[in-house]
Write a protein that binds this ligand. Structure first.
Ligand code: ADP
Ligand code: ZN
Length: 526
C-alpha cells in the first residue's frame, strides 16, 4: 500500500467520520475497493462494515451504489451520512414519483456520493438504464447472505444481483455480511460471481458477550428473574417465535414494572416505527420482538438479548445475540429452551413446503443449534467452531463459569428406546415424549388405561429418574441423534444410531439438568 494511496481514505475517516484509526481489516478492504478490486467481507455485527464501502464511495469518482434489503433503515442511513456532510439518497418503493425524480436527477448530475437501492429496483429496466447514464464508483451488496437460498434470510431478488457484474464488469464490487459459515461464503461467491474477489474474514468472537443457555421451566419467570437480578433498567431485546407470545411476554413484563414494547410484523407500521424509535432513543427500553426486529439496528448499549424460544439456526442465534454489547461493554446472551421447542420445530420442518433437500437443510441447521444448547464444552468454542474458527475455553459463558455435571444416561436411554421398540413391535403404536415418560414413570393416566400400557414390560421401570430429568434425557437424545421426532404429533422414533445404545456398545453421556430456581430468584419474582 503506498502512502499516497492511503492518505485519502484516512483523511476521509478523520475529516468526515471523525475517527482517528481504522479498525481490524477496514484499511485493507477500503484500499482494495479504491484500487478497483472486488471484495467479500465477513465481519461480525458491529465490526464496522459500513465504512468499508462508504469511504471508497467518497474517495472514488462517481456514486457508490448500495444494495440493501433494509428499506426501513435507508432513511436512517441517509440521515446519518447527511449529518457528516456526505451526499446520500435512496430509491425504494416507499417514495413518491416526484421524490424519485429528484433523486435520479441528482444522481445523473453527479451530485451523489452514495445511492441506496432496494434489490427489487434492479428488476426494473428504468433503474438499470438510469445507472447506465450516471457514473458509478462501486457496488456494495449489503447483507450478502440474503443470496443464500438455504439461509435464514433468503431474498429472491438477491439472486439476480449477478447482473451487476455482467452489465458493469469494470466497476468494483464489495459484498458484506455478518453471517458466514464456509458454506454461505462459498455460496455468496458463486452466486454473485465473486469467486475472484479478495476475501476478508474477521474474527467472529464477541468476547464481551456472556453466552448462557438454560432449560425452560417457567420461561416468563426465568426471564423476569434474569432482568431483575442482573439487568434492572438496562436496554435489551427479548426474542419470541410467535406474535402471540411477543404480546403475552411484553404484557407480562409491563405488569411487572419493566418498560417493554412489542414488535412484530402484525403490528401497524406506524406502531412498529414508533416502538423502534423509542427503543433506539429512550434509555432502558426492553423490546419484545419476533426476529422481524433487529436487522441493521445500530444501538450500541443493548445489554442483553434473551431468547424465549429456540432459534432455528446457529447463524440466526449468532446474529440476534450479536446485537448485544456493540459498545464492547459486558452484555448477556441468554436462551431458555425445552423439549417442546425441539418437537415444535421438527414439526414445522416436516410440514414445511418444498423439496426434501430444503427440509434436510433446515434439519441440519436445527441440529447444529441443538448441539450448541446441549454441549458440555465451552459455548464459545462450539459457536466459533461452527463458523470455522478454532478457539479455547473462554471463561465467560455458562459452561465455563459453572461446568455442567454429567451423568451416565445409558441405562435410562435404553429403557426409553426399548419402550419405543416394544410399542412398535408388540402393538404397532408410536407416541410422543409425554406419554412415553408417563409409561416409564408408571403413571396411571387415562391414556395408559385406554391402551392397557400398564401391562408393558417397561411400565414403571424409570422411576429412579425424575420427570424433568426424563424430558432432559429425551431432548439430549434428540440432540445427539439417538432419537428422532416425526409427524404432527411429535412421535418419537429410533434412528440408525439408536441400535448402538440398545445393543450396549455405546455409552450415553448426558448433562445434568440445572437445579430448580434458587429462593432468591423466586423472591424477586413474587
Ligand atoms: P456493522 O455494519 O458491521 O454492524 P457499523 O458499520 O454499523 O457495523 O459500525 C458499527 C459502529 O462502529 C458504528 O457506530 C460505527 O460508526 C463505528 N465504527 C466503525 N468503524 C470505526 C472506526 N474505524 N473507528 C471508530 N468507530 C468505528
Ligand atoms: Zn466458555
Amino acid at each position: 500500500m503506498t502512502p499516497a494511496a492511503t492518505l485519502p481514505a484516512l483523511g476521509v475517516l478523520e475529516k468526515t467520520f471523525g475517527y482517528d484509526s481504522f479498525r481490524g481489516q477496514q484499511a485493507e478492504i477500503i484500499q482494495t475497493i479504491i484500487d478497483g478490486g472486488d471484495a467479500l467481507v465477513l465481519m461480525p455485527t458491529g465490526g464496522g462494515k459500513s465504512l468499508c464501502y462508504q469511504i471508497p464511495a467518497l474517495v472514488r469518482d462517481g456514486t457508490g451504489i448500495v444494495i440493501s434489503p433494509l428499506i426501513a433503515l435507508m432513511q436512517d442511513q441517509v440521515d446519518a451520512l447527511s449529518a457528516v456532510g456526505a451526499r446520500a439518497e435512496f430509491l425504494n418503493s416507499t417514495q413518491s414519483s416526484d421524490e424519485r425524480l429528484r433523486v435520479e436527477t441528482a444522481f445523473l448530475a453527479g451530485e451523489l456520493d452514495l445511492l441506496y437501492l432496494a434489490p427489487e429496483r434492479l428488476r426494473v429496466s428504468s433503474t438499470t438504464t438510469l445507472l447506465d447514464r450516471g457514473k458509478i464508483a462501486l457496488f456494495a451488496i449489503d447483507e450478502a447472505h440474503c443470496v443464500s437460498q438455504w439461509g435464514h434470510d433468503f431474498r429472491p431478488d438477491y439472486l439476480q444481483l449477478s447482473v451487476l457484474h455482467e452489465r458493469w464488469p469494470s466497476i468494483p464490487r464489495i459484498a458484506l455480511t455478518a453471517t458466514a459459515t464456509e458454506t454461505t461464503r462459498r455460496e455468496i461467491a458463486e452466486r454473485l460471481d465473486l469467486e475472484d474477489a479478495r476475501q476478508f474474514v474477521s474474527s467472529f468472537d464477541r468476547p464481551n458477550i456472556q453466552y448462557r443457555i438454560e432449560g425452560k421451566q417457567q420461561p416468563l419467570q426465568q426471564l423476569l428473574s434474569l432482568l431483575s437480578s442482573e439487568h434492572a433498567g438496562d436496554a435489551g431485546i427479548v426474542y419470541c417465535l410467535s406474535r402471540a407470545s411477543v404480546e403475552k411476554t411484553a404484557d407480562f413484563l409491563v405488569q411487572n414494572g419493566i418498560t417493554a414494547l412489542p414488535y412484530h410484523a402484525g403490528l401497524d407500521a406506524r406502531v412498529r416505527a414508533s416502538n423502534q424509535s423509542r427503543f433506539l432513543r429512550e434509555e432502558g427500553m426492553v423490546m419484545v420482538a419476533t426476529i422481524a426486529f433487529g436487522m441493521g439496528i445500530d444501538k450500541p448499549d443493548v445489554r442483553f438479548v434473551a431468547h424465549l424460544d429456540l432459534p432455528k439456526s446457529v447463524e440466526g442465534y449468532y446474529q440476534e445475540t450479536g446485537r448485544a454489547g456493540r459498545d464492547g461493554l459486558p452484555a448477556t446472551a441468554w436462551l431458555a429452551y425445552g423439549l417442546q421447542d425441539v418437537v415444535q420445530q421438527r414439526r414445522m420442518i416436516d410440514q414445511s413446503e418444498g423439496e426434501l433437500a430444503h427440509r434436510r437443510n433446515l434439519t441440519a441447521h436445527l441440529d447444529a443449534m441443538l448441539a450448541l444448547c446441549e454441549t458440555i464444552q465451552c459455548r464459545r468454542v462450539q459457536l466459533l467452531g461452527y463458523f470455522g474458527q478454532p478457539s479455547s475455553a473462554c471463561g465467560n459463558c455458562d459452561t465455563c463459569l459453572s461446568p455442567p455435571e454429567t451423568w451416565d444416561g445409558t441405562v435410562p436411554a435404553q429403557k426409553l428406546l426399548s419402550t419405543i421398540v416394544r410399542l412398535k413391535r408388540e402393538r404397532n403404536q408410536s407416541f410422543g415424549a409425554g406419554h412415553l415418560i408417563d409409561i416409564l414413570l408408571g403413571k396411571q393416566t387415562p391414556r395408559v388405561a385406554q391402551h392397557g400400557h400398564d401391562a408393558l414390560a417397561t411400565w414403571g421401570i424409570g422411576q429412579d429418574v425424575g420427570e424433568q430429568e426424563w424430558r432432559g434425557v429425551v431432548r439430549q437424545l434428540l440432540a445427539q441423534g439417538l432419537l428422532a421426532v416425526e409427524g404432527e404429533y411429535g412421535i418419537l422414533v429410533l434412528t440408525e444410531a439408536s441400535a448402538t445404545v440398545l445393543g450396549g456398545s455405546r455409552t450415553v453421556l448426558l448433562r445434568r439438568e440445572a437445579p430448580k430456581r434458587s429462593k432468591a430468584a423466586k423472591r424477586a419474582v413474587a
